[in-house]
Every structure is written in structure tokens, then in C-alpha cells.
Write a protein that binds this ligand. Structure first.
Ligand code: URA
Length: 250
């Protein structure tokens, strides 16, 4: 049976994750009632919660907010040991592409090929993604690709909640630093993580949501399209909406 989480600690961690996401998008303060027992109204809420949390890895992340992708990759993430995925990985797959891209793609997590090469989407699903990118009128060098979790889950299993919670602030910082005009979230994990939603991908896909000026388009994961080729048509419809937004002819 699953361990029942310590509710207070769990609430703190969820709140920290949420505040960190807001901070990644440039929000510097939130308002709390003056007599709130949770935070001192004069102090930075994120700092205050970081001090109170016993979750060491999250504290480190918050204290080292990067100014560049390079700093995020090498100084903040570095040889990351914040979650159990570090045990089986060969490489931290940080992300790849143009740091000033107008279009960004977000996948789930590295597979075997990506783990080996340290580059996202280089396997079978990656080849299909490259075709989609080219059909949209871009090269891979012009766009940016990242994943929700930066280390390969064993046997390509789905990333688990604790792993996503640890890694998600890095993804949000990547988006904040790149400032793309549009992001295509590939599959359930990317879409639900970025949009902080539990809605199934079949319902989320196809409609833009906006986060701080960045247009987020949830769509299907290329690995799903390889298993369900009939869905490629729907994915292409989503891509065409993004192309219209970005003034691309394909
Ligand atoms: N699938 C993903 O979600 N990401 C990769 O980098 C490769 C396959």
C-alpha cells in the first residue's frame, strides 16, 4: 500500500512548487493576509517557505535561480541527485536548440538513445518529431526542445510525481529564460505539468492556453503517434494553429 503523505509537509511542498513556478515566470511577490500564520507579510514568501521546508533539494533550487540557460544547466542542475532517477542515468538531458527560439517543444523524459547521447528526441519518436518540425518550416537548430524530467526513467516507465515535482522548476526556468512565443507540449505529462492540470490530453489538445504571454499548445506525443498513426492528422491540426500564430507557411 502507498505511504500516506505527511499532509503538512505535502501541502508545503505543493505550495513551494506552485510559488516556484510563478517565480520562474517573473512573479516576484504574492499577497498573504497580514495576520497569516504561514508567512511573515514583510518577507519574500518563497524564501520564507523554503526556510520552513525540510525538503532540501527544493531549497537548493529556489536559492539558485539561474540568469542564463548555461548557468541553469551547469551551476543549478549540474550533477543532479535530487531524485531517484539519478541512479540509473548516464546523462542529464538538459535540452537542445536555439536559446532564443520562438517555438519550443516539451516532451516527457529521455529514453535510452537520449540518455546515451545527452540530447532530447534523438530516437524513433525524435525522428518523427524532426519531420514535424521540418513540415512546420523550421530546422531543429531554430527551435528548442526540452523534457519534463531530465533523466531517463528506468525501462522508460512514466515519470513519477516526486520526480516531476523536483524537475519541473527547471523546465519552468527554461521557458522563462527562452521566452518562446509558443510552446507545443507533447503528450499528457508535458501538458499537465506545464498547465498544472489533470485534464486528459485528449481534452486539452488543440486549444491554446496562455501563461505570461507564452502560448501553450497541448498536443500528442510522437511516440503515441507512432502507435496510433491515425492521430497524426489531429497533431498536424494543432501544429497548423501554432504556425498561424507564428506566421509560418510550412
Ligand atoms: N520522448 C520524450 O518524451 N523525450 C525524449 O527526449 C525522447 C522521447
Amino acid at each position: 500500500m502507498d505511504k500516506i503523505p505527511d499532509t503538512k509537509q505535502h501541502t508545503r511542498n505543493s505550495l513551494l512548487t506552485h510559488l516556484n513556478t510563478l517565480q520562474s515566470f517573473g512573479m516576484e511577490c504574492v499577497f498573504a493576509p497580514e495576520n497569516s500564520s504561514l508567512v511573515d507579510s514583510q518577507s519574500n514568501v518563497v524564501e520564507q517557505l523554503s526556510k520552513e521546508s525540510s525538503d532540501e533539494p527544493m531549497k537548493k533550487t529556489l536559492n539558485k535561480k539561474a540568469k542564463t540557460l548555461d548557468e541553469l544547466q551547469n551551476k543549478v542542475i549540474g550533477d543532479c541527485k535530487r531524485c531517484k532517477l539519478c541512479k540509473g542515468r548516464n546523462n542529464v538531458v538538459f535540452g537542445d536548440g536555439n536559446p532564443h527560439a520562438e517555438l519550443m517543444f516539451i516532451g516527457e523524459g529521455p529514453g535510452a538513445d537520449e540518455d546515451e547521447q545527452g540530447i532530447p528526441f534523438v530516437g524513433r519518436a525524435g525522428k518523427l518529431l524532426s519531420k514535424i518540425i521540418e513540415s512546420m518550416g523550421y530546422t531543429r537548430e531554430e527551435i528548442y526542445i526540452a523534457n519534463v524530467v531530465k533523466c531517463r526513467p528506468p525501462k522508460n516507465r512514466n515519470p513519477e510525481t516526486d520526480e516531476i515535482e523536483q524537475c519541473m522548476p527547471f523546465l519552468m526556468q527554461q521557458i522563462a529564460l527562452i521566452k518562446p512565443k509558443a510552446v507545443i507540449c507533447l503528450g499528457k505529462f508535458a501538458a499537465q505539468t506545464v498547465l498544472d492540470s489533470k485534464i486528459p490530453i485528449s481534452k486539452l489538445r488543440g486549444d491554446f492556453r496562455e501563461i505570461d504571454g507564452v502560448q501553450i499548445m497541448p498536443s500528442f506525443h510522437p511516440a503515441y503517434l507512432l502507435r496510433n498513426p491515425a492521430m497524426k492528422r489531429l497533431m498536424w491540426e494543432d501544429c497548423k494553429k501554432v504556425m498561424t500564430l507564428l506566421g509560418k507557411k510550412g
